[in-house]
Design a binder for this molecule. Sequence first.
Ligand SMILES: [Mg+2]
Length: 387
Amino acid sequence: MRQIIHLDMDAFYAAIEQRDHPEYKGQPVIVGGLPNSRGVVSTCSYEARVFGVHSAMPLREAARRCPHGIFLPVRMSRYQEVSAALMKILRDYTPLVEPLSCDEAFLDVTGSERLFGPAEKIARLIVERIEKELGLSASVGIAPNKFLAKVASDLQKPKGFVRVKAGEERSFLAPLPITKLWGVGPKTAARLKQMGLQTIGDLQKRSEEELRRKIGESGEQLHRLALGIDNRPVLPEEEVKSVGHEITLPADTDNRDYLEVVLLGLCEQVARRLRRQGLVGRVITLKIRDTDFQTITRRTTLYQPTAFEEVIYQTAHRLAEENQWGKKPVRLIGVTVSGLQQSDTGQAPLFIEQEQKDLRRLHQTLDRIKDRFGEKAIMRGRLLIKK
Ligand SMILES: [Mg+2]
């Protein structure tokens, strides 16, 4: 039986600001920028959440809801410093640490129990050290697999501590809403609701065949997750940390069609570089700089690592949409894939779909042609439409 811990820091950026500036303790701290500037909330303290402020909310809206909030700029280098110290603590307990972002990681402590005691004790030790050495609080989930551990860590934030024991997977998940399932976005959620499904328990009662029939290939994955089955290994980060590409546009523009074509082109290049290096990545980061040199970076974690531009584009495009791109003329766009691992680790993925296999074959062929005849030999229809 595996013992997986998912650790997630509580309101990381805001908590660091409160620790660095004790006068902000107990105050609604909103990290992201000045209250009347453009851009969105990056993180806010729990005191600010009481007023309905949350991440990704426009700063102006945050200022309306919480006019007395303490608005602070993002000090990324400071947060990264603390993140490095955090990851160092985690690696004291197992080499199998898989960071998902700067404030979140999976740990496989199955092999560490002889040295440090049961997983629960290890988790307590880690949380105590984070409090003492970093002056910050974290939430943890402990479970037999990654999916359950991640759901568990989120249930009782802040300072959450939730354990899912083997055999309790189904009953633990049953009362939770279906949106807790990894990979269920607004679209799938709507379709599941049409089927009369509200909770994961509702989903558990349906057969895999029915789900496949009604929501397609991902139905199989949802079915497995609903039952609490997830065999993905915890993979420590590869040496190549990320593959990315960014481009400064020849002229600032708010033309959506044009921006979408540029974004697709970037995703293709990144995907191709990933495949060339035999890598797949899980974390997609989008960077947009507007005509006023305001830069936003947004990231999200996929359920399954990818090297396909279709997936990267779809994800980056969603991030762009969520952040109202094109409201102001755009100057620069960048796409980065991180959370990398070898694509042929020998670890069977959770599910291999025929679709994915076909896609992979297609890409191998396209890459071969491009290697021989150059980048421009084949371009997607979309890229050719607009010039
Ligand atoms: Mg966090």
